[in-house]
Write a protein that binds this ligand. Sequence first.
Ligand SMILES: Cc1cc2nc3c(=O)[nH]c(=O)nc-3n(C[C@H](O)[C@H](O)[C@H](O)COP(=O)(O)OP(=O)(O)OC[C@H]3O[C@@H](n4cnc5c(N)ncnc54)[C@H](O)[C@@H]3O)c2cc1C
Length: 474
Amino acid sequence: MKTIAIIGGGITGLSIAHRLQRERNSGVRYLLLESGNRLGGKIVSVAEQGCTLEGGPDSFLSHRPALRRLCGELGLDSQLIQPETGASTLYLWQGKKLKPLPEGITQLVPRKISPFLRSSVISWPGKMRMGMEYFIPPKRDEGDESLASFVERRLGGEMLRTIAGPLLAGIHGGDAAQLSVLSTFPQLRRMEREHGGLLRAMLANRRQTAAAAPSGNTGGGFYSFKNGMQQLIDALAAQLDPTKVKLGQRISRLWRGSQGWVVQMECGSGISVDEVVLAVPAYSAATLVATLDPELRDEFNAIPYASSATVSVAFRRADLLNSAQGLGKGWGYFVPPKAHRRLKACTWTSAKFPARSPEDVFLLRAFLGGPELNHILQGSDNELEDIVRQELRITLGIRATPLFTRIFRWERGNPQYVVGHTARIARIDQLLSRHEGLYFAGAGRTGGGVPGCVEQGERLAAAFLEERTQAVSR
Ligand SMILES: Cc1cc2nc3c(=O)[nH]c(=O)nc-3n(C[C@H](O)[C@H](O)[C@H](O)COP(=O)(O)OP(=O)(O)OC[C@H]3O[C@@H](n4cnc5c(N)ncnc54)[C@H](O)[C@@H]3O)c2cc1C
């Protein structure tokens, strides 16, 4: 029998534990060690006054099959919901007002030409520059580049500054000039490589694209759960063996014992195991391996993290009748950095997921964050609340007093996949190979959000099981 310590009870650690639990007769045992007093890490949903509030992720993309498969295994298929979609799903704060984005532009290439041409979000010279994309030769080498460099090279500076930069980099809470296109949106470089450009790829895939995302209510490929993302965590936790899940156990150090690994807890005691998965943020992994391998520690520490906060605010619908441009017609809005607003984006939760609030309540979720806003996050709850209310007054005209506000702070919550991230992970893997039975998984390793973490967890668990099968048959 082999025992694997999984350090970190976020979705990555839970996915590994789930697979090993299902294969409990395989000869591979697990021990899930989490420093907090709950499982789920960044995934947290809270019920308040009939509303479901999401602290971290509010939905996931279905393009990776592992998470949808997991939902099936956990009996959660009937609990899946998709966001409402209307004609325009997203708005941009521009020229002191909210303007709807033309359909499909969030994938960088507009799906329909005439709404794009009619839209005033991009100027005529900007639109012409975007059209030139068709004639720009593809980059032939495999080298990494920033998201900003990719978008500017292919679609021009206006598209970068107005839409692509704030929207795509905003997903990672980062800066398009720093983030790696290969680590954040590898599909963009794939489209360029395989089709010669984004417009060419869009034209080549038109039929499939239309089939995959017609203008009906497909939720743009996004899913969530009726009672919030926490439902996934609760379902995973419910099928684990409670004797193999330890909460409130911060691991402080690892070292090689005479028979495998010793996992040292902050409280002083140590546990001997055969293999260890670091399913924690890279900076936590750095602390754990600090004495074991300073070189590995430095590589982990070199992965930067940005902080953010989400602020859920609920209003009586009756109080919003004379305010709120656009409210209820889409998913929310985002703000480009050049507008110098403290709120980066806002989701109209009640419009995106109507079941997340009672009918007479309108729930919003505001996003604060980014490197330049770190000092705001150090403020008190009252200060954060004031900032959000001031911003909502300016962008949406909301003057009403909220029913309630709930703040979730994510200090160093968003790994930044900067240019060269894949090469750094390759170096980390090389250094890890010096320590047999030590692995690193989770959001610090690769992107893809929750589905990406589940995929990593599944892959690692499958490798443990395969290794065991081979060892037994030897
Ligand atoms: C505000 C926000 C919004 C997001 N929105 C989306 C979205 O809409 N869709 C999407 O797909 N993704 C989204 N993401 C990203 C997604 O939440 C993460 O990619 C994913 O949840 C990361 O899971 P993880 O298991 O890798 O790490 P985590 O969730 O960070 O879990 C790591 C766990 O390790 C524990 N830990 C750390 N150090 C130790 C130690 N020394 N000992 C023991 N335990 C330790 C922590 O307490 C934590 O529970 C969002 C993230 C944030 C912050």
